[in-house]
Design a protein around this ligand. Sequence first.
Ligand SMILES: Nc1ncnc2c1ncn2[C@@H]1O[C@H](COP(=O)(O)OP(=O)(O)OP(=O)(O)O)[C@@H](O)[C@H]1O
Length: 293
Amino acid sequence: MKLEIQNLSKSYGEKKALSHVSLTLTPGVYGLLGPNGAGKSTLMNIITDNVRLDSGEICFNGESIFKMGKRFRKILGYMPQQQELYPSFTGWRFLNYMAALKGMTKEQAKQEILQTAKLVNLDGDLNRRLGGYSGGMKQRILIAQAILNRPQVLILDEPTAGLDPKERIRIRNLISKIALDKIVLIATHVVSDIEYIAKEIILLKKGEILSQKEPSALAEELSGHVFVVSAPPERVGELQEAYRVSNLAREGDRVLVRLLSQTPPKDYPNQSVSPTVEDCYLYHFEEEGESLS
Ligand SMILES: Nc1ncnc2c1ncn2[C@@H]1O[C@H](COP(=O)(O)OP(=O)(O)OP(=O)(O)O)[C@@H](O)[C@H]1O
């Protein structure tokens, strides 16, 4: 199974949202990482046929998804960014409604809703109204509607937006559970959502793909350029001015400053540490300048 995005471009008037984007996706989780405005939603909206592309092609197993039309939509699951759900609908009614939109028969819908609700851990809450659901429950029912038809391609736009860390972990575990035999593309600007479950991370910046790599390979790019120095609190400001700082942690009367630097920082006994994907995010996205200090 293969989804190939070839040379995709899209502008809104003068604004280039995507520029010559090419990607090949096979079963597994892909994290699409980029800051606000990078073009993540535009890419997802094109794959899900909610926005028209200007040029390029998308093929599923060699066939254009735009020619496949309905046949592609049948194997596609889409969870849009968090939105207002129908507050007066019960969970059951909402899923039943989505099942009908997906063209499922009543009997099919009933079976799939029961199974899917169990999977997302909402089987005990289907008779409650969505207006009374917590943020995490709302996200889980949105995931449930996306996977009702057992899609082969699953597109998730910021699935953990607005959730607390406990719910985030829950959603993450759920995604890795349902992703085994599917192509899953998750757009996020939260590194921890995808760092441990993505087989590859795609970095998108200003509509262009910067890289598509395994998380460990991505982190490895910064090997030898991430340091932790122990500084007195009054010197933290000058370190922040001189370097890109990815973390500060108090240690007794000193502060451990995690920073990115081309060469070991002067004046401090320090050790380079293993880079993380979060360091890479900071390196690529936090500031406009691309070179390390
Ligand atoms: N309907 C539209 N009309 C005009 N410009 C748009 C439209 N949709 C998106 N854009 C612009 O295209 C660029 C890419 O936007 P997009 O929403 O795809 O980015 P994103 O990475 O999903 O951002 P976010 O994380 O904020 O959702 C941005 O500069 C945005 O302002």
